[in-house]
Write a protein that binds this ligand. Structure first.
Ligand code: ADP
Ligand code: ZN
Length: 675
């Protein structure tokens, strides 16, 4: 018997399967997923068992023995192995990188420890399963009677779970329409059949309220994969899941790899959120990974991604709608303020007046602005020179706490300059608005304002999301100012005013999804107002008040927005009418980079020729962020009805071509971030 082994070391040359003989004493113990020590070249190394075979690819005399098992329990299941294989192939990463994604956190660190485990693996090896009765015991039922819409949606999902079909549902319902209640009940149903579920949220650290709700219902059946867990705690949770002690997993995108044995149900709440896509290797999307498993998938949102809604419209996904809020509570009225008439003010007269009234009623305000810092750029009023980071092609942001200019992409800082480095006149001016500036303006204008700022800087200072959230939700703070963190999931009864300080920051991004993102962000943050008995109100400030993303946001009209957006996507051959591959080249050596990028672009065109496959290869062109941490960046964007012929050949080419290592080439299949 021979084991198929993947090495723990990754290079293009080593990224393949090696065969080793299984010695007699390990025959009954060795399983797929075991970490083993093996001789390799002149030394010993670590590998992972991914399969067994009787017929190795090389002559038997050349095959060496496995030396020993290193970790007692297998570190991945057959299901996770399927996912890893698919990921390595689809996203073009090393098999070992894909395997690391499905193994318990911290595994890589343990590879270094040498002594192979000499004692035979203990009984922990076979995960004992609690009985069905024990499992059911943890669930607390809710006394709510579902609405007709909820009942219909739940019935379809439960029907799919019972049939054990691979099927994807879009649960399309406005905020407060009772989606979470459906998630909970479908999970409870799966549990009653002894089956597990995975529930994913965009950012687990922003989900305290949801975690509480799930723990109340599922008590000890649930494992929460929280980002604040220590490595040890994560491992413990992972083992609880692997043993079947917890059949329900709640976490962010990586929860899709939790070792739930044969999950019946996989849920992605707010599936359009960009955090479901990993922006480093393997560049997977949790929805695409989930779709490789044999499970019922539920995507829930009030603002689904255009691609997902298109699939629901064309019958690829099942559509389950919750068209109204529970108790028919109205969605808050939205008002648009044209900032061109506000003579440079940051907060319009209208928004100021609403803040005054809200605070005087002792209710709470959320102000959303997707920019950190105080001033977001500085420009010389004499020569027009803009201060940029010397390492990155982005404006430096002035931060008021330490009175320094900082880059948002690297850790470059400098003193705020009044003298222009180019024309040497004392004419530098500071412009643009970040969250710190709003904080200052509000604190000066309203004596009764008790402000909490929630952005990446303040989280670092205050220690955690929970503390900031608690100060606003339970403490006496009455104004919350923040970046996109404030758009997510907050459910606070006394919030009755939401202000979008500038809808233009996301609208102006050089990305074909800019309109979609803006619509989603505004609709989500608007959904934070007036969720309970007090009526809410939303004010949006913009210099582009006629933009369709804003017009439809005024009436919470997702369908209207979709109809207009889908035409634009069709006309410009963007998803869902094409699929994308984004290839980013980064290097300090610009001429060499351009040469290689040009060569690859030509090759791609050839791969996609013929077979009537409509396609466009854009670039190479400077990436929107054309320099990052001292490296020039260029990109090629492939748009094609069918990307398959290009995808595989591109990966093969990159593996063989062996381009110089000072040119970093990143391939992103189905990219979400095009900057
Ligand atoms: P969503 O996830 O769509 O935002 P939730 O499931 O959180 O909606 O429901 C919003 C609120 O309504 C919650 O407080 C929830 O407990 C309550 N709720 C949900 N379903 C019902 C129902 N059928 N009857 C009464 N209240 C409900
Ligand atoms: Zn920088």
């Amino acid at each position: 018997m021979y084991a198929e082994i993947v090495l723990s070391r990754a290079t293009p040359q080593l990224d393949r399967i090696y065969h080793y003989r299984v010695p007699d004493e390990l025959l009954n113990q060795l399983k797929v997923g075991h970490q083993v020590s093996i001789p390799f070249g002149r030394s010993a190394t670590v590998g992972y068992v991914v399969g067994f075979t009787e017929k190795p690819g090389i002559h038997e005399s050349l095959i060496k023995n496995i030396e020993g098992i290193k970790a007692e329990v297998p570190l991945f299941t057959e299901n996770s192995l399927i996912l890893a294989k698919w990921m390595a192939e689809y996203y073009g990463c090393f098999f070992i990188s894909a395997l690391r994604a499905v193994m318990p956190p911290g595994t890589a660190g343990k590879e270094k420890r040498t002594s192979p485990l000499s004692s035979p693996p203990s009984a922990k090896n076979s995960f004992p399963s609690p009985s069905l009765m024990e499992r059911g015991a943890g669930v607390r039922n809710s006394s709510l009677t579902l609405t007709t819409h909820q009942q219909n949606a739940l019935d379809s999902i439960i029907g799919s779970v019972n049939k054990g079909q691979k099927e994807t549902f879009l649960l399309y319902g406005v905020t407060g329409s009772g989606k979470t209640e459906i998630y909970i009940r479908s999970i409870a149903h799966a549990l009653s059949k002894g089956r597990g579920s995975i529930m994913m949220v965009p950012e687990i650290s922003l989900t305290a309220q949801l975690i509480r709700r799930f723990k109340e219902r599922f008590t000890d059946q649930i494992a929460v994969l929280h980002s604040n867990l220590t490595a040890k705690q994560r491992e413990t949770e992972w083992m609880r899941i692997a043993r079947g002690d917890a059949l329900i997993v709640l976490g962010a995108r990586s929860a899709v790899f939790a070792p739930v044995k044969d999950p019946a149900l996989i849920i992605l709440d707010e599936e359009y959120e960009t955090t479901y896509k990993q922006e480093k290797n393997p560049r997977y999307h949790a929805r695409e990974v989930a779709e490789q498993l044999n499970a019922t998938i539920v995507l829930g949102s009030a603002t689904p991604s255009i691609e997902t809604y298109y699939k629901a419209q064309t019958g690829v996904y099942q559509l389950a709608s919750l068209p109204e809020r529970i108790d028919r509570r109205p969605l808050p009225p939205v008002e648009l303020v044209d900032m061109r008439n506000e003579s440079g003010r940051v907060l319009s007269e209208k928004l100021q007046q609403e803040i005054t009234e809200t605070l005087s009623r002792e209710e709470k305000v959320i102000l959303f602005l997707n920019r950190r810092g105080y001033f977001t750029f500085s420009i010389c009023k004499g020569c027009g020179h803009v201060l940029e980071c010397p390492q990155c092609s982005v404006s430096l942001v002035y931060h008021s706490d330490d009175k320094k200019l900082r880059c948002g992409h690297c850790d470059y800082t400098s003193e705020a300059k009044l003298i222009c480095p180019k024309c040497h006149n004392a004419s530098m001016g500071f412009f643009g608005t970040g969250t710190q500036r709003i904080e200052k303006e509000v604190s000066e204008a309203y004596a009764s304002a008790k402000i909490v700022r929630w952005d990446r800087d303040s989280v670092i200072k205050k220690g955690s999301h929970e503390m900031i959230f608690a100060a606003f939700a339970e403490g006496n703070a009455n104004v919350l100012i923040g970046t996109q963190m404030v758009t997510k999931g907050l459910d606070i009864a006394s919030v009755t005013l939401v202000g979008v300080v500038s809808a233009d920051t996301s609208l102006n991004l050089p990305d074909f999804r800019a309109a979609e993102r803006t619509f989603q962000q505004i609709t989500q943050v608007a959904g934070r107002a007036g969720r309970h008995h007090l009526p809410g109100k939303v004010i949006i400030q913009s210099l582009n008040p006629d933009h369709y993303a804003l017009r439809y946001a005024l009436t919470h009209d997702y369908d209207g927005f979709y109809r207009e957006e889908i035409e634009f996507r069709k006309a410009l051959f963007y998803p869902p009418f094409s699929r994308l591959i984004n290839i980013v080249f980064a290097s300090k050596n610009e001429p060499k980079l351009i040469e290689i990028a040009n060569k690859i672009a030509k090759g791609l065109d050839r791969f996609l020729e013929g077979k009537g496959n409509k396609h466009i290869v854009l670039g190479p062109a400077k990436a929107p962020i054309s320099k990052l941490r001292g490296q020039y960046r260029y990109q090629i964007l492939v748009k094609a009805e069918d990307i398959e012929p290009a995808r595989q050949k591109l990966f093969d080419h990159l593996k063989k071509a062996n381009y110089p290592s000072d040119i970093r080439i990143t391939v992103d299949v189905d990219p979400i971030n095009l900057l």
